[in-house]
Design a protein around this ligand. Sequence first.
Ligand SMILES: [Zn+2]
Length: 201
Amino acid sequence: MAQPAVGGEIERLIQLLARLPGLGPRSARRAALALIKKKEALMQPLARALADAAAAVTVCSVCGNVDTQSPCTICADPRRDGSILVVVEDVGDLWALERAAATRGRYHVLGGVLSPLDGIGPDDLNIASLVGRVRESGAAEVVLAMNATVEGQTTAHYITDQLAGSGARVTRLAHGVPVGGELDYLDDGTLAAAMKSRTPF
Ligand SMILES: [Zn+2]
């Protein structure tokens, strides 16, 4: 077996970088080299930022978001509309909706989706806390912003059942033609869903 061409610290850095989403071993080596070449300007500030973030990060006790405070910045913001609760699978989905400024409502992060094959049941997700929160807050609308996958939709149905009798209107994101999309390029499932979810003009 070939000996590693670099010392243990650098090899370890490459191995850890390679575990990041979107980075394989090859791009991890390139990233490590870029860090090494810019030790003062990039590597040291990044090391400090990682240590600071690791020390500060916490999970919001209300909604399951990650932030440096609990309740998180969104839950603590009085300008957010507490009558709308947007349910997402993961924090990345919350960030995407925030980037798009898609809602002024508040969020609830499930921490995944129901997946019997992977042994993930209702108790593994933040569903009980969602139901309790809806009942306590008297939220008027719960938006199920799950991914358009089988697991996402199964989870949405399960939550809808759990929220029966809560008084909240349960809605879900529309499935359909993407903005800028051309019908001819859409897959059959998307096109059929778009026709089914058509709205008055
Ligand atoms: Zn929160």
